[in-house]
Ligand binder design. Structure first.
Ligand code: ZN
Length: 145
């Protein structure tokens, strides 16, 4: 299996068995976002305690890139400090525009091919933008609930 195939398998796997696709019992932060160019919709919930992302869940619908990316993101930030989660989102977005990430991106690296399709970058970063919105503390993010 070459690297391209491995990436495709990873994306497929997250699509078929999304991680953390559920509502949280006690969310402390939440945000919803829409990507109108593709029709992707994501609602992200977080339970933050003592500066740590204790739990995270998402729901939504959209293309395979947006859903796989949300699944990968939740897996990557669970149990991490809030600043690490925000740094990951920032590095991933830069990664998709060609900047190597200084931190490991885990399964999210499988989305590197998306950088060749600028219109799909919004699909891949939707969950990350929702994360930033949720952690910025604004309440307006909950409209899509
Ligand atoms: Zn999409």
């Amino acid at each position: 299996m070459n690297l391209e195939e491995l990436y495709r398998e990873t994306i497929l796997d997250h699509n078929q068995s999304p991680r953390n696709r559920r509502a949280l019992a006690h969310p402390t932060q939440a945000a919803g976002l829409l990507n109108p160019t593709c029709g992707d919709q994501i609602h992200l919930e977080l339970e933050v305690k003592d500066g740590i992302v204790q739990d995270v869940g998402f729901d939504g619908h959209g293309c395979s890139i947006s859903m796989a990316s949300a699944s990968m993101l939740t897996e990557a930030i669970k149990g991490k400090p809030v600043e690490d989660a925000l740094a990951l989102a920032r590095h991933f977005k830069a990664f998709l525009t060609g900047t190597p990430s200084p931190v490991p991106l885990g399964d999210l690296e499988a989305l590197r091919g998306v950088s060749q399709f600028p219109s799909r970058v919004k699909c891949a970063t939707l969950a990350h933008n929702a994360l930033e919105k949720a952690l910025s503390g604004s309440e307006e993010g909950d409209r899509l609930r």
